[in-house]
Design a protein around this ligand. Structure first.
Ligand code: ZN
Length: 346
């Protein structure tokens, strides 16, 4: 089968290669992959960035995929050939004695692994997945839309569990990448009024996508008024919540300026450098500064429901590339020319 594989622990060292189709272990199913998204973490791993040292030197990328079951391991009970599924990407085998399993946050366990970084993923024609980490795609939801489940589950965990956003809240999402856009959609689905900010570099693709899906957008940059000044035209008292999804250090450092007292700031991005935070400014407004990491089963289930309800118009968010052009998908993602690449593996 064809697979887009990293071949060495080096920058851009991934190619489309021919490898043998995997055989499912007892507890695994073999899926024929339909679509697989390129995630920010795939991009970091492809570029061999700092912080991604744990990624295998040789591995098939891809953890955001949908597919159809075509073969079952000998002990698999709950799946049948022909079933459609997505997977939980960040995988921790359930253990009653693990405190993070007990509180429904298995993604925080040190036993976690990411399929597509620490074991072979789904940028391929076929992939094996442990049945423990499979979720059925609900009726009426197509395989292409379902491939967005993982990033949407990350947004659902952030907005649903790591903010207090509810109806009537005034929310700024900083950073119009796919996670920012999905956080904005998740906040809007809870009745919040949401504005998305980005830089001039985001204008051509990502901010125009944000407007196309119905959000007000603001551009911040050297020759522009500050975000705080721009926000005051919409939210004179400041925002009740800011979600930092850009990964820009100054966006998090300055977040306290745009948020009203007793508000929340939630960071859902990864930051490539240390950040100088004037915590006293956060403290004097009693701003609750939080982080949000990955997602767990319940977030996936809520994401699947939102997709099934049609809350997310994925046609405006995604662009398809055939498996043969996966490398181009990585290059275009790196250059911010697309919001979300879906690799068509069929
Ligand atoms: Zn992802």
């Amino acid at each position: 089968m064809k697979a887009f594989r990293r071949l060495a622990r080096q920058q851009r060292a991934a190619r489309l290669v021919d490898i043998s189709t995997p055989t499912p272990k007892d507890n695994e199913v073999l899926l024929r992959v339909a679509y697989c998204g390129i995630c920010g973490s795939d991009l970091h791993a492809w570029l061999n960035h700092k912080g991604y040292e744990s990624v295998l030197p040789e591995v098939t990328f891809g953890h955001e995929f949908s597919g159809v079951v075509i073969e079952l391991g000998s002990s698999v009970k709950d799946w049948m050939v022909g079933d459609r599924a997505v997977l939980i990407a960040l995988q921790t085998h359930h253990d009653d004695n693990d405190p993070y399993c007990a509180i429904g946050l298995p993604q925080l366990s040190t036993r976690r692994r990411v399929q597509g970084l620490h074991l072979d993923g789904g940028m391929a024609e076929y992939v094996c997945v442990d049945e423990e980490f499979l979720l059925p795609i609900p009726e009426g939801l197509d395989l292409k839309t379902a491939a967005i489940t993982e990033p949407l589950s990350v947004a659902e965990h952030c907005i649903g569990n790591r903010t207090s956003i509810s109806s009537g809240d005034k929310v700024i999402v900083s950073g119009p990448g796919i996670i920012g856009l999905l956080c904005a959609i998740s906040a809007r689905s809870r009745g919040a009024e949401v504005i998305i900010s980005g830089t001039e570099r985001d204008e051509a693709t990502r901010l125009s996508t944000a407007r196309a899906i119905g959000f007000e957008t603001l551009v911040v940059g050297p020759n522009k008024p500050s975000l705080t000044e721009q926000i005051s035209a919409y939210f004179p008292e400041g925002a009740t919540a800011l979600v930092e999804a850009s990964g820009a250090a100054h966006a998090l450092a300055d977040a306290w300026q745009s948020v009203r007292p007793n508000g929340t700031v939630t960071a859902v991005a990864l930051y490539s450098r240390n950040i100088d935070l004037d915590i006293t400014q956060f403290l004097r407004k009693q701003i609750d500064l939080r982080t949000s990491y990955a997602s767990s089963r319940n977030d996936y289930l809520r994401a699947l429901k939102l997709l099934q309800d049609g809350t997310v118009d994925t046609s405006l968010l995604t662009q398809c590339y055939p498996l043969l052009n996966t490398e181009q998908g990585f290059i275009d993602s790196e250059n911010l020319e697309v919001t979300k690449v879906l690799v068509d593996c069929s």
